[in-house]
Design a protein around this ligand. Structure first.
Ligand code: BES
Ligand code: MN
Ligand code: ZN
Length: 511
């Protein structure tokens, strides 16, 4: 990963491959953002005009390269768009954290192949340091372990990620600045780890391999880990996880990963859907719908990353992560449409469509999590195509059995720069899941399919436990081109929201 430092150096004398500056959209054209004063001065204060001539407007995502002024050690200046210039008259003047995160990400991505870049973006406090740090580390991400001999491949057709970034204007001796940077590093490293897991091909990341990753991380970070294999799941009566995993040659697992703090008085449980590959099972997905289904373990990857990040940050809260891992495959031992599963909770489920498998593994994990009576449960899942149709590919849906908690989760997401939107759980949709033979069917009305799935999950949350459900089917995997600090492929959706929720709980701000 890119090495980050806080630097008090002045831009002109800095030995680097590039100086990154911010340009914002002013009312009368582009304006150079604070932090780049030395660069602007070297252009005789005419940098904004130069940028405008080069076609820059200051729009988000925009990137303009220009030669550095005479006397600068770095050869080029990279100007990245910050969007609208903040209103000096408004209360919270200063650049929005997400604008800084995106701009830093755009620059880091464009600087792949470079050794060192200096970031002269506006820093008005620790919040900006954290945002720029996260943007750099997330934007510089690349997944190339499968490129034949990664080193040669990089030299031939790809570029190594930016090796080093110095944040100018960051205060290396200021505890708040250092703390913000350390938080950014811990969160981004774990988030990038979740991206690696998502991008890993399903022939290499089956449930057992995923569980082994959790065991290794637990050892490294002093977490408690418990892995239920097929035998233990059978003995425990986890009919949902076994029913989904039964068709695969790679047996399912349920992983419990626990971080505890000696002074904690709150307990959060995170539950992740971990379908290492979703073929649809006997209700097989057609070609065109299965090529990206290695991403169906993104919820489990997010939960995994968030628990490890909470541990690395030493948050004063207990966090238990539950990874419901299975591969959904068709075979002679697979669950058939029409089968009835007896779930861990004791309820029976008629499986009408084996492609609605996420809710089955989650049901068992939610019930397992409920047995510990945590203060709240949050599950994360690439659950329904319907949620993608509703919210598009960048926004996740938030459902909950408690209005206040749904708002808390939504606000936490917004705070960390993750687009999210509240969705309802309309009671009338429960009827569609009535089964002739079992307590409930795993399918209901097609309309509102994302909400139907949420209603199904709600039945497996223990009585009186506050619960929220994040359907990340849209944002988990980026099939388009990279944007901001988001790469193609696995994105690490929901990791930062979960970490924020753990922080809020630790700070006693979660009821
Ligand atoms: N993993 C899919 C949902 C999904 C679709 C995630 C596209 C990411 C991108 C899930 O298991 C699924 O197949 N859901 C079905 C449910 C239906 C059969 C009730 C769906 O959404 O079509
Ligand atoms: Mn499915
Ligand atoms: Zn699925």
């Amino acid at each position: 990963m890119t090495a980050l430092t806080l630097s008090t150096s002045a831009a002109p004398g800095l030995r680097a491959d590039a100086i990154v500056i911010g340009v914002a959209k002013g009312t009368k054209g582009p304006v150079v953002a604070p932090g780049a004063e030395a660069v602007d001065k070297a252009y005789d204060g005419k940098l904004a005009g130069v940028l405008e001539t080069l076609g820059a407007s200051g729009a988000e995502g925009e990137l303009t390269k220009l030669p550095a002024p005479a006397g600068f050690k770095a050869p080029i200046v990279v100007a990245v768009g910050l969007g609208a210039e903040p209103d000096a008259k408004s209360e919270d003047e200063g650049y929005d954290a997400e604008a800084l995160r995106k701009a830093a990400g755009v620059a880091a991505r464009a600087l792949a192949g470079s050794k060192k870049a200096a970031f002269a973006l506006p820093i008005d406090g620790p919040g900006a340091v954290g945002a720029i740090g996260e943007g750099v580390l997330l934007g510089a991400y690349s997944f190339d372990v499968y490129k034949d001999s990664a080193k040669d491949a990089r030299a031939k057709n790809g570029k190594a990620p930016l090796a080093e970034a110095a944040l100018l204007g960051g205060k290396p001796r200021d505890a708040a600045h250092k703390g913000a940077l350390a938080r950014a590093v811990a969160v981004a490293e774990e988030l990038n780890r979740s991206r690696d897991l998502i991008n890993m091909p399903p022939n290499d990341l089956d449930p057992a391999a995923f569980a082994a990753e959790a065991q290794a991380a637990a050892k490294e970070h002093g977490l408690k880990v418990q892995v239920l294999d097929e035998k233990a799941l059978t003995k425990g009566g986890y009919g949902g996880i076994l029913g989904v995993g039964g068709g695969s040659a790679a047996a399912p697992r349920l992983v419990k990963l626990s971080y505890t703090h000696p002074k904690a008085d709150k307990h959060l449980a995170f539950v992740g859907k971990g379908i290492t590959y979703d073929s649809g099972g006997i209700s097989l997905k057609p070609a065109g719908h299965n090529e990206t289904m290695k991403c169906d373990m993104s919820g489990a990857a997010a939960v995994f990353a968030a628990v490890v990040a909470a541990a690395r940050l030493g948050l004063e809260v207990n966090v238990t992560g539950w990874l419901a891992l299975a591969e959904n495959m068709p075979s002679g031992s697979a669950t058939r449409p029409g089968d009835v599963l007896r779930m861990f909770s004791g309820k029976t489920v008629e499986v009408l469509n084996t492609d609605a498998e996420g809710r089955l593994v989650l049901a068992d994990a939610l019930w397992a999590a409920s047995q510990e009576k945590p203060d709240a449960i949050v599950d994360v899942a690439t659950l329904t195509g319907a949620m993608m149709l509703a919210l598009g590919s960048r926004t996740f849906g938030v459902m909950a059995n408690d209005d206040a908690f749904r708002s808390t989760v939504h606000e936490a997401a917004e705070e960390v720069g993750e687009p999210a939107w509240p969705m309802p759980l309309p009671e009338h949709l429960r009827k569609g899941m009535e089964s002739q033979v079992a307590d409930i069917a795993n399918m209901g009305e097609r309309m509102g399919g994302g909400l139907v799935a949420g209603l199904f999950l709600r039945e497996f949350v223990g009585e009186g436990i506050t619960w929220a459900h994040l359907d990340i089917a849209g944002p988990a995997f980026n099939e388009g081109g990279p944007f901001g600090y988001t790469p193609k492929g696995g994105t690490g959706s929901a990791v930062r929201t979960l970490v924020r929720l753990a922080e809020l709980t630790a700070a006693g701000e979660l009821g």
